[in-house]
Design a protein around this ligand. Structure first.
Ligand code: FES
Ligand code: FES
Length: 213
């Protein structure tokens, strides 16, 4: 019978054996070595490439066009667009949910294309024009999608709403007669824990009608 400290390769029913555990650990260590080698190769090739601009390691001066205004600021080279919007630019309408491209809460427009701003570095924006939820209305006149979200009560906690509105607004700007399937595709990357999806569908289809006039 195996006892505590027994070196034999035994495992409880459905459990993992000591041998399997050691094999898995070895594979993980080998994987880490491969990662290190790949990283070193990437650094070496970046250093060797003659025409690759290198940003950092210190703060980098960027000029961002956000909601029609030019904003010059110094940012860390690893700062995401979402972090810069919410931090130094104080545009907190853009939300950060997962910070890894999985929820779309951080969606803004970059050259009128919906983009997960947590997945774009601020230094990579360049001359492209950024529009956030704060820049969608024209003065006091809400975008038709914003009005429709209010009319259809397509908001509960509101955390996903700015990103959802940006994607739906981009849809109706590019397709004035979207189908329900088009709307579903447009927000397929957006996670709403409150389950407002049916209201968002109805609001966006109505907004498209308003845009068509
Ligand atoms: S916060 Fe950017 S995708 Fe979730
Ligand atoms: S309204 Fe709460 S997460 Fe969407």
């Amino acid at each position: 019978m195996a006892s505590f400290g027994d070196k034999r390769d035994t495992a409880p029913p459905g459990g993992i054996t000591r041998r399997a555990f050691l094999k898995g650990t070895g594979a993980a260590i080998a994987g880490s070595a491969v990662f290190d080698a790949n990283l070193q190769a990437a650094v070496t090739s970046a250093e060797a490439a003659p025409n690759v601009a290198v940003a950092g390691p210190g703060q980098v001066r960027v000029l961002l066009d956000v909601n029609g205004a030019q904003r010059a600021l110094d940012v860390a080279p690893h700062a995401t667009l979402a972090e810069v919007l919410r931090g130094p630019l104080d545009l907190t309408g853009t939300k950060i949910g997962c910070d890894r491209g999985a929820c779309s809460a951080c969606t803004v427009w970059v050259d009128r294309v919906p983009v997960a701003s947590c997945m774009m570095l601020a230094v990579d924006v360049g001359e492209r024009k950024v529009v956030t939820i704060e820049g969608l209305a024209r003065g006091d006149e809400l975008h038709p999608v914003q009005s429709a979200f209010i009319a259809h009560d397509a908001i509960q906690c509101g955390f996903c709403t700015p990103g959802m509105v940006m994607s739906c607004a981009a849809l109706v700007e590019n397709n004035r007669n979207p189908s329900l399937e088009d709307v579903k595709a447009a927000i397929s990357g957006h996670l709403c824990r409150c389950g407002t999806y049916p209201h968002v569908f109805a609001a966006t289809l109505d907004a498209a009608k308003a845009v068509r006039g």
